[in-house]
Design a protein. Structure first.
Lengths: 123, 148
């Protein structure tokens, strides 16, 4: 894929992450403040809360979307930083391939978890 | 050293370039911090994928991980991740705006006193830093409340 297309996806995923991670951070890390305002659970990391969210279609879809966007954005960012270190073309190809394979494997694993937990019964 | 490698190194300061703003000023330090915060978030995120993967094994597995992460050391680490996110997100908005040519002014003939794009986008930079600081204070207050 041409570098300009990868850069476009880097920016597009940044916007997706901004929205979805903003929501995630708000729920997980501003819970004490939101709780004072009467919004949200006491402790969002309690297993009952975690499984309740995980078994809603909205959260399952947004988790997978966020996973894909964050993996692309993060690994492309890492690749760009490494490419600036005057590496040989062979090493650049190896790093690019490694990022692609690792990103894909993590996406498959994370998506499997999101779908499997969504389908868990009796939790 | 071959001429090809010399050409590659000519304009490359490597990691040292991250540490010294030089004539590039505050935005250069913002750039270095953006990368550092990005690397920190990525390291946390890769670990986060495996920790949240424990949900597959049921609530007991999840609770044992949460008990493991309940020590003050990990809580401080979590706060650092939030601070990195707040900075990276807000500074990222600035970078996207600048990338698409917003807030950098229109090109014109150079006339004294000289203006340049970094200077023209400085107000945006200041607003972004203030916004990041506000988010960090809110996040810090939430962690303080949680730790009490």
């Amino acid at each position: 894929m041409r570098e300009s297309k990868l850069w476009f996806w880097h920016i597009l995923t940044a916007v997706i992450i901004l929205v979805l991670l903003g929501l995630h951070m708000g729920i997980m890390h501003l819970s004490a403040i939101l709780n004072v305002l009467g919004i949200g659970p006491d402790d969002p990391t309690k297993s009952a809360e975690v499984f309740h969210r995980s078994q809603q279609l909205f959260f399952m879809i947004t988790y997978i979307l966020l996973l894909g966007a964050a993996l692309f954005h993060g690994l492309y960012g890492l690749r760009s930083m490494l490419f600036e270190l005057s590496l040989s073309k062979t090493l650049e190809k190896f790093i690019g391939g490694l990022c692609a394979v690792a990103g894909f494997a993590l996406f498959v694993y994370g998506s499997y978890v999101a779908v499997a937990v969504f389908q868990l019964k009796g939790v | 050293m071959g001429s090809r490698m010399q050409n590659r190194l000519k304009n490359n300061l490597g990691l040292l370039g991250w540490l010294s703003g030089g004539r590039y000023g505050a935005e250069r330090y913002a750039y270095a911090l953006h990368r550092l915060s990005g690397l920190g978030i990525l390291a946390y995120f890769l670990m986060h994928i495996f920790v949240t993967g424990s949900r597959v094994r049921g609530p007991e597995s999840w609770e044992s991980w949460m008990a493991f992460f309940s020590t003050p050391l990990f809580k401080i680490g979590e706060l650092l991740v939030f601070l990195a996110f707040a900075y990276h997100a807000v500074n990222g908005i600035r970078l996207i705006l600048v990338e698409f040519g917003y807030m950098v002014g229109k090109p014109g003939l150079p006339s004294y006193p000289y203006s340049y794009s970094t200077l023209r986008q400085r107000p945006l930079f200041v607003v972004v830093m203030v916004l990041a600081a506000v988010l960090m204070i809110i996040g810090g207050a939430d962690f303080y409340h949680m730790m009490k």
